[in-house]
Design a protein around this ligand. Structure first.
Ligand code: HEC
Ligand code: HEC
Ligand code: HEC
Ligand code: HEC
Ligand code: HEC
Length: 169
């Protein structure tokens, strides 16, 4: 490429990057992948009022919220709850064969972003602020963009740290 071409294309690339940063990632809103076993949050967290933390045990203590192993499910489904339903029988099969259920991630930040659940929970930020009303969702889906603007705006409103190194290390 000659110098002239670089002079023209380089600013275009930079502008494109900035536009992407500012306008893009509501791209994940509505993402609701098929799971190995359809797991119904409305049935469990809504109708049967099982606390989020019963399954997402790490959410108050660590950066990651953790998705439960099948042994957590077996606390109820190993005792005959909903026995005979095809998906429950499949769940038991996974458990008895010691095969981990490969849940597909719904929310997924890029590796260069640092996020920490426990810091938010400790400050009283409710799950629904970022995940919507999960207790009403049959199939969980991403409802907020969770892009940089979303994070930075809330940090500004709450006097939370907002320098680049807070979220990029
Ligand atoms: C605290 C008890 C409890 C735990 C723990 C639990 N469940 Fe359930 N589950 C229930 C109840 C109650 C029902 C509904 C039974 C009914 O509708 O009569 C149910 C129903 C189901 C069904 C059947 C849904 C349908 O409509 O056919 C599936 C599948 C299921 N659970 C999967 C799971 C999985 C996977 C886990 C672990 C991640 C889990 N459950 C953990 C109590 C529990
Ligand atoms: C009985 C266990 C159980 C309970 C109770 C439960 N969850 Fe979950 N949750 C799961 C399982 C299993 C998955 C993975 C499967 C899926 O994504 O549907 C999951 C997935 C999620 C995800 C998506 C994770 C990802 O991959 O990005 C979020 C967010 C979530 N749960 C929030 C909540 C909230 C908020 C509550 C309380 C209102 C709650 N959960 C209650 C078992 C549970
Ligand atoms: C301030 C926003 C925010 C709040 C509040 C929040 N989450 Fe999350 N959650 C996220 C983000 C962002 C991700 C994706 C993290 C990643 O990919 O590294 C995520 C991911 C998850 C996951 C997938 C596993 C993981 O850690 O990556 C689960 C499960 C989950 N959240 C459950 C919960 C529950 C339960 C609560 C409330 C007790 C909650 N979240 C509160 C933003 C939030
Ligand atoms: C609902 C408002 C809200 C949203 C949305 C939010 N945050 Fe926060 N965040 C806070 C508050 C308030 C604190 C300060 C907690 C404290 O004082 O310990 C915080 C703290 C943090 C910290 C710890 C800062 C430190 O001191 O090291 C990180 C990292 C962080 N947030 C990342 C994110 C990321 C990444 C997102 C977007 C995916 C996000 N936050 C979305 C309110 C929010
Ligand atoms: C409160 C958290 C937070 C703070 C503070 C923050 N960022 Fe980000 N940043 C994010 C998140 C979240 C993403 C990923 C957005 C996505 O996945 O769409 C991101 C993405 C980016 C990207 C990549 C954009 C792309 O192409 O996807 C760049 C570059 C960036 N940030 C630079 C910065 C700079 C420079 C600062 C300081 C002025 C800063 N960030 C401060 C949360 C933050």
């Amino acid at each position: 490429m000659n110098v002239q071409a670089i002079k023209i294309t380089l600013p275009l690339i930079v502008m494109g990057g900035l536009a992407y940063l500012l306008f893009s990632p509501s791209k994940y809103v509505g993402y609701a992948p098929d799971q190995p076993i359809p797991f119904n949050h409305k049935l469990h967290a809504g109708d049967n009022k099982i606390d989020c933390r019963y399954c997402h045990t790490a959410v108050e203590k660590s950066a990651h919220a953790s998705v439960p192993p099948s042994s957590t499910c077996m606390n109820c489904h190993g005792q005959g709850v909903a026995s005979g339903r095809p998906d429950v029988e499949r769940l038991k099969k996974y458990h008895n064969e010691k095969k981990p259920i490969q849940w597909i991630k719904v929310h997924d930040q890029p590796d260069f972003v640092f996020f920490n659940h426990s810091r938010h929970i400790a400050r009283g930020v409710d799950c629904s602020k970022c995940h919507g009303n999960v207790a009403e969702m049959k199939i969980i889906q991403q409802v907020e963009s969770l892009n940089m603007g979303y994070c930075v705006n809330c940090h500004r409103e709450n006097n939370a740290p907002n320098d680049c190194s807070t979220c990029h290390r």
